[in-house]
Design a protein around this ligand. Structure first.
Ligand SMILES: [Zn+2]
Length: 436
């Protein structure tokens, strides 16, 4: 039976209504929805559950540790994530311990096997021993910050990924490591033995969330930013909305699950809100967790991992120099330079910069001449110049060329402690100061 004109019209109207209702959100609206889904209240619920005495401190392989695993798997099932463990499940077993793995497939067939691993360990130290607790031992160590906070952030991140309009180009592996407190056992195991379902995949990048529950003064520590070129700049971009103070630490130690990846020459960044007096003590408990602080940290991590996973360029090569760069190397690179004495005309802008081979797009300000236009514009020692008049820089020579070509009034973007600031600099200022 053919439809009548009347039904055709009503069908057309219905189709139009359906189209309007399903009007695609813009990418920005999707990202806003993804950000909004990351909620302190949800993080609080997860931390309170995982750090409950019922889980007895989540020691790897213990009944409490296994119960915590059951809780995480139930949360992943609720989110509808794809299991990536052994035999079609979420668990990757090793001894009595279990990593928990979920896969968000990539959308680009050419990059579909380049795994971006985002991990957090879910085990803690149980009742504590002389070797893993600062005491008192024999009491449940709930590990609310270490690392129920990282697990909560990762579950919120997994939920947020579901709000994105399309999957990132590269696949993401959401990984909850077991046995971290026993010597990074879960992450080492994963790097040695991949579940069959991941046989065709190779990790090209990893992110580690360990202790993100004590954000103080908006200060977020970032480790591993020198394991590949340009990662500091990637963190700066990801921080655009969260606007936290980023503290880049160049030391790489084997104290969390970032280390096995770095040892395997895989670029890796770890986010961490810092140590505290309750670290590895029974007193690391939920009432001290800054739940609202987990929101901006997790949102930053969401923007960071999606940018890495969605980058159409070849994956970033590991930068071996990161293993020998220390806090002392950093001090040397960022050390202020002596004022240069020039006999010719006074330089127009009044700064000196030093290039950084790992972050060529962000030369470091190592000299600011007192009273110069840059000084008056608010440029400080240690700032990194990232744009002139809104144009990003290729490297230090490009910055010099842009400054030479610029007019007397410029806008200069600097990276100051991981925050992007725009400063107005007026090279003609001295002329305006001439009084009759
Ligand atoms: Zn720990």
């Amino acid at each position: 039976m053919a439809p009548t004109n009347r039904t055709r019209l009503s069908q057309t109207l219905m189709v139009l209504a359906a189209v309007a209702a399903a009007m695609p959100l813009s990418a920005a609206e999707h990202m806003a929805a993804a950000h909004a889904s990351i909620q302190a209240a949800d993080a609080s619920r997860h931390v309170n559950a995982l750090a409950d005495d019922a889980f007895e401190g989540r020691e790897g392989g213990s009944r409490g540790g296994r119960a915590a695993g059951t809780y995480i798997v139930a949360a992943l099932e609720k989110l509808g994530l794809q299991p990536a463990g052994d035999n079609g499940g979420f668990y990757q077993n090793f001894g009595a311990m279990r990593n928990i793995l979920a896969l968000v497939p990539g959308s680009d067939p050419a990059l579909a096997h380049e795994l971006v691993v985002v991990g957090a360990h879910y085990d803690h130290v149980g009742y504590g021993t002389a070797s893993n607790s600062y005491g008192p031992t024999g009491y449940i160590h709930n590990g609310a910050d270490d690392n129920a906070s990282g697990v909560a952030g990762l579950l919120e991140l997994a939920e947020a990924l579901g709000h994105l309009p399309s999957r990132p180009r590269r696949p993401l592996l959401i990984a909850f490591w077991d046995g971290e407190e026993k010597g990074l056992l879960g992450s080492y195991h994963f790097l040695r033995v991949r579940p069959a379902v991941l046989a065709a995949y190779a990790p090209v990048f990893s992110v580690n969330l360990d202790m993100i529950g004590r954000l103080r003064g908006e200060r977020l520590e970032v480790y591993g930013s020198r394991t590949a070129a340009g990662l500091r700049m990637a963190c700066l971009e990801a921080n655009a909305r969260a606007n936290l103070e980023l503290v880049f630490d160049w030391e790489i130690t084997d104290d969390s699950d970032h280390y096995p990846f770095i040892a395997a020459k895989i670029p890796t960044v770890m986010f961490h809100t810092g140590l505290h007096d309750q670290y590895h003590r029974p007193s690391d408990d939920t009432h001290l967790v800054n739940f609202s602080g987990i929101e901006p940290v997790t949102r930053l991590v969401l923007d960071f991992v999606t940018a890495i996973a969605d980058d159409p360029r070849p994956s970033r090569p590991f930068r071996g120099q990161c293993r020998t760069e220390s806090a002392a190397t950093r001090r040397g690179l960022e050390m202020p330079a002596a004022e240069t004495v020039t006999s010719g005309p006074r330089p127009r802008w009044g700064i000196g910069t030093r290039g950084d081979a790992c972050e060529p797009e962000a030369p470091i300000v190592v000299r600011v001449t007192t009273g110069s236009p840059m000084a008056k514009g608010g440029v400080l020692l240690g700032d990194r110049i990232v744009a002139i008049d809104g144009m990003p820089l290729a490297d230090q020579p490009d910055m010099l060329a842009k400054l030479a070509a610029a007019g007397d009034h410029i806008e200069i973007d600097v990276d100051r402690k991981g925050r992007r600031l725009r400063l107005a600099v007026n090279a003609g200022a001295t002329a305006l100061e001439i009084s009759p």
